[in-house]
Ligand binder design. Structure first.
Ligand code: SF4
Length: 432
């Protein structure tokens, strides 16, 4: 059978697609890059904002239009929160809620009586990871969250915390490495909570991955800035664990963090970042900030800007608050007027850009191993590759002889900053 997989939203959705493609392939089915060629279409939806739900709905309809003959399977947060609406939608043959998505391939094969053909599994072919133009493998380590941040619908859509076993995670990383992956990215909803339900911890898991796999690069996706095990940053003494963490702060004012029901206040957050930077000089911390949370006063806003400047971030994802139906925050009073939100977002973007340029300049002169991911051609026909440093700064290099660098790690001299694009310019030293 030919299966086409599509995901919207977060890296966890991408990681689930990775898992499913491995399972369909080991059952002898083929993963195809385009919907019209498929017998089964699988969509992993997102509902983090109302916009995201709208995008999921439109993509669901588009997949059906592109291939009305195929079986259409819809999973993910939108399909979980609006299960009836999705089940009644034209062309949808199966809805798999988040609590059952770890078994999605088996459910699909049973429901549609797809034959199991393990022999076919050995068929050579481009691995789904690279077929999707990706060099980094997102690995789901856990799902769900015990917390109830007032703006968050994810905790509602994904339910309680549940960790995958260490053995399963290590096996998946080894399988992906055998297929050529050079970097694994650990992802989940509340990564810091890993192991709380199976008598393990994030510390133990990372330690075991570094011991029981040879993956050259191990990275974290987004990690809530609490519940991290003691001595966590000692793990970064192993250079395979890359010195970058995305720690969502959301606001720099404790009064707002209280209204958000966030577990980490500004003082704890600052000491966490300081600990990371003590563990590895040049440790890059990036973050998320919500602008215009209900009731955000001018004073709270000034507090956020001053705090962000005092901590310093390599990059900030800045979200303008929009009420999400089904969350507590959507019922909070004193919405911030749109023009004020817009103006504050512009101020924070400018601050973010200034900080980023500062951190980029600090990288100049260093020699670091870069994993090259994709290429484009400049007007002169030269090939320009893009990759990331261990501490997650984007680097470009022009290769004269049209060399192929996809998925290769080279020692790279960082010799400048392209201020407009906010990327580092590098020159190749030697292959690693
Ligand atoms: S910790 Fe993260 S996933 Fe959990 S409720 Fe808060 S924002 Fe949502």
């Amino acid at each position: 059978m030919k299966v086409h997989l599509k995901a919207l939203g977060c890296r966890l959705n991408e990681a689930e697609l990775e898992q499913w493609s491995q399972e369909f392939r080991s059952a002898g089915h083929q993963i195809v890059p385009s919907a019209p060629d498929a017998d089964v279409l699988v969509l992993n939806t997102c509902a983090v904002t109302s916009d995201a739900s709208g995008k999921s709905r439109r993509l669901m309809h588009r997949l059906y239009r592109e291939n009305p003959e195929a079986r259409l399977v819809v999973s993910g947060c939108y399909a979980t929160l609006q299960a009836d609406e999705v089940a009644e939608a034209i062309g949808v043959d199966l809805v798999v809620p988040n609590t059952e998505k770890d078994r999605l391939p088996q459910t699909v094969m049973q429901r549609f009586e797809l034959p199991l053909m393990p022999a076919m599994a050995t068929e050579p072919g481009e691995t789904p990871l690279f077929m999707r133009g990706r060099q980094r493998a997102f690995i789901k380590i856990q799902d769900g969250c015990r917390y109830r941040c007032t703006f968050c619908i994810v905790t509602v859509a994904r339910g309680d915390e549940r960790s995958r076993s260490e053995t399963e995670i290590i096996a998946e990383i080894n399988a992906l490495q055998q297929q050529g992956a050079q970097e694994a990215v650990l992802t989940g909803v509340h990564v810091g909570g890993y192991g709380s339900d199976i008598g393990s911890s994030l510390y133990t898991l990372v330690q075991k991955i570094l011991q029981e796999t040879d993956i050259p690069r191990l990275r974290f996706a987004s990690v809530e800035p609490w519940d991290l095990p003691d001595d966590f940053f000692a793990l970064f003494s192993n250079p395979r664990l890359l010195p970058h963490m995305h720690l969502p702060l959301q606001s720099g004012a404790d009064s707002i963090l209280r209204r958000m029901a966030r577990r980490c206040k500004t003082a704890e957050f600052a000491s966490l970042v300081a600990e990371a930077r003590r563990a590895v000089p040049g440790f890059n911390v990036t973050t998320d900030i919500i602008v215009g949370f209900p009731g955000e006063t001018e004073a709270e806003w000034d507090e956020t800007c001053a705090y962000v400047e005092s901590v310093g971030f390599g990059h900030m994802h800045i979200f303008t608050y929009s009420a999400r139906e089904g969350t507590k925050a959507a019922r909070l009073p004193d919405p911030v007027p749109e023009p004020v939100k817009k103006q504050r977002s512009q101020v924070l973007h400018a601050l973010g850009e200034r900080m980023k340029q500062g951190f980029l300049q600090e990288q100049v002169g260093k020699s670091v191993p870069v994993l090259w991911e994709y290429a484009r051609e400049n007007p002169d026909g030269q090939r320009i590759y893009t990759g990331y440093t261990p501490n997650y700064y984007k680097v470009v290099v022009t290769v004269a002889d049209n060399a192929l660098l996809e998925n290769r790690i080279t020692q790279t001299r960082l010799h400048g900053v392209n201020v407009c694009d906010g990327v580092l310019q590098g020159s190749l030293e030697n292959e690693i």
